[in-house]
Design a protein around this ligand. Sequence first.
Ligand code: PHE
Length: 346
Amino acid sequence: MELAELTRTLEALRDEALSAIAVARDLTELEAVAVDILGKKGRLTVVSRSIGSLPPEDRPKVGAVANPVRAAIEAAIAERTKNLHSEALAAQLGAESVDVTLPGRPVARGSLHPIMETIAAIAEVFAQFGFVVYESPEVEDDLTNFQMLNIPPDHPARDLWDTFYTDIDGYLLRTHTSPGQIRVMRAEKPPIRALLPGRCFRYEATDASRASEFFQVEGLMVDEGTTMGDLRGLLDEFAQAMFGHGKRTRFRPGYYPFTEPSVAFDVECLVCGGSGCPACQRTGWMAILGAGMVHPVVLQYGGLDPERYQGFAFGMGVERIANLRHRVGDLRQYMENDLRFLEQFR
Ligand code: PHE
């Protein structure tokens, strides 16, 4: 090839390369152009090699054309590469953009079961009077559930608690939280202020107001000089905090083998305010719990000297308290764990 022709070829190659670079739509296309022109077997490379076949005096002249051509092409590729990179980034940012002003998707949150929520509310009231929450076993021995609570075997008072016995002799499902009194007295020294919430079991035909599984909260206070007046005052404070200030309360005589004297504690009917309605069987009162002064025999079983210490205890049904707050008709709903029921208490 002679000089003039070679120069034309180089310039044509440059123009073709520059327009191919300009229209390359992405980095892959651009890379293909680069290989086609500048690669080992690329067209510019091949042409440049043929410079060697020119007469020596022509070579610098062709070099003076070929070198700027290569430089121009390389610069164009570098420039286009940079542009394609930023175009790609802009496109990606556009596609992945997040509208931070959109409202968030709500996360489904769990909530406390109404029975647990009621236990927490009860514990919160008694915590203000220094009562600490304890646990006590659900599978209990006959001794602690009955005998140490002053209920001997074959005592007619056992009929008050229809019992689920286990197939291990002497063990049963606790019928109330009162055995926790014995366990706390044996574990602690007075002054004792204990609250014992927990699940209890009774062998009963279930209906809307009776279930074979239910919760109780037991309270126990033991100290020197503890009186029935302390019990009355504490329960009255509890009733005001739980059911509203200004509520009238009363003690009625009751019977439990492990307290003497024993009482039932009533609050004025929350529906009629005391005038009498179907909700309170026209009595004007609602029974809240059983209570009394801890029987000396029970203190002794608890390892305490009844000459020195006195105590009171009370026990309430949690479903009953929950019902007075939420007015659920059928107690069994607390045990069924139907979400349609439970979600109303969120
Ligand atoms: N344990 C009694 C019950 O089931 C309640 C109670 C507790 C009464 C403490 C007096 C003192 O039903």
